[in-house]
Design a protein around this ligand. Sequence first.
Ligand SMILES: Cc1cc2nc3c(=O)[nH]c(=O)nc-3n(C[C@H](O)[C@H](O)[C@H](O)COP(=O)(O)OP(=O)(O)OC[C@H]3O[C@@H](n4cnc5c(N)ncnc54)[C@H](O)[C@@H]3O)c2cc1C
Length: 385
Amino acid sequence: MFQVTVIGGGVMGAATACFLARDHGAAVTVVERDPSYAQASSSLSLSSIRQQFSQPVNMALSRWSIEFLRRAASELATADDRPTLGLVEPGYLYLATEAGAASLREMHLRQRAAGVDVALLNQAELVTRFPWLAVDDLALGSLGLSGEGWFDGPALHRAFRHKARSCGVRFVHAEALDFDSHGCRVTGVRCTDGRCLGGDAFVITAGAWSAPLGRTLGCTLPVTAKKRDVFVLETPAALPGCPLVIDPSGFWFRTEGRLLLAGGPPRGEDTDDLPLHGIDHGLFEDRLWPTLAARVPALEALRVRSAWAGYYEMNAFDHNGLAGRLPGWTNAFTACGFSGHGMQQSPAVGHSMARLVAGLDAPLIAALTPQRVLDGLPLIEANVI
Ligand SMILES: Cc1cc2nc3c(=O)[nH]c(=O)nc-3n(C[C@H](O)[C@H](O)[C@H](O)COP(=O)(O)OP(=O)(O)OC[C@H]3O[C@@H](n4cnc5c(N)ncnc54)[C@H](O)[C@@H]3O)c2cc1C
């Protein structure tokens, strides 16, 4: 039987392992250093899904993924479980002032050409649709009409793990250190506890911590951990039909039941590996709250109920995932560096990675090949939130 060792059991590793075992009959071992997934991005994600990207590859991955999420209960059913992911599709709303309007129009043309169900709204149309929004400084909004919203990301992660286990995938609690190899083939992954796990193929899905593992194979994976804060807000205001709104300032908010979630770009330098317990409450007080209250006057009355932080696994090269075979190796692969859009793309990427590792074609992720880093050919994603 074809044996695959996957390093990192977050949503990318779990999805890849699940599809390898479910669809290709592979014998899969997942090596995970923290079975509680406490700091994994997959546990701390906002878990929203959109089609409004600048790159066709991202639009295609998210389209494939939303269709999968809609039928996840049957796709990931096991003898004892039919997962519920709480998918809702109220859309994303990108707002632009006059300064950003041309760029929003250009994105719209690209997205329409790729079949994305998106509409441009002028000021009057914005007010009609979202009467709670302050639009005086706005020129345009771009609203996703279908295929955009949010879901329970940790539940998707659990469902992939559960389905994977039911298809025979073994999860091993260990930390991968480096690899054994022979010629251009990897023969084993060595762990910090002295164990060496073999296999016919190896996949690095270690999220924000993938770079050191790539380095041991001589491959540059320019991925680092960038802390992002999320604030959970209570407000008496009702915002009917509220999509995930991206303000021209870069701040965003969306509803979560009766609560609001909000966040935005960090203040100051975007340093790597900041500790996750250090929530920047000044970001909310000084920047986020004034921005929210100006954009939605009803949010003047607002209370922070709690906050959390997680790491974006940021690919500094071009803010896109790296998915495919590692340059120079016949049987080593990676799926990492999804820069804040990995949760939504995990179904499509996991499915494609499994095909690739099993020796089949995977056109959906061809553009994300890690070879592009070596070639110096970035695939810049302009719409990173
Ligand atoms: C605040 C926040 C908001 C986000 N919002 C969205 C969103 O709205 N939509 C969206 O699509 N995405 C979003 N993301 C991004 C998304 O969560 C990630 O892209 C995705 O979870 C990445 O999954 P992963 O499996 O690659 O990484 P992870 O979930 O981090 O998993 C990597 C795993 O590898 C393990 N590991 C690392 N090194 C080793 C080693 N040497 N040996 C063994 N195991 C190892 C880690 O313990 C970890 O469990 C958000 C992320 C954050 C933090």
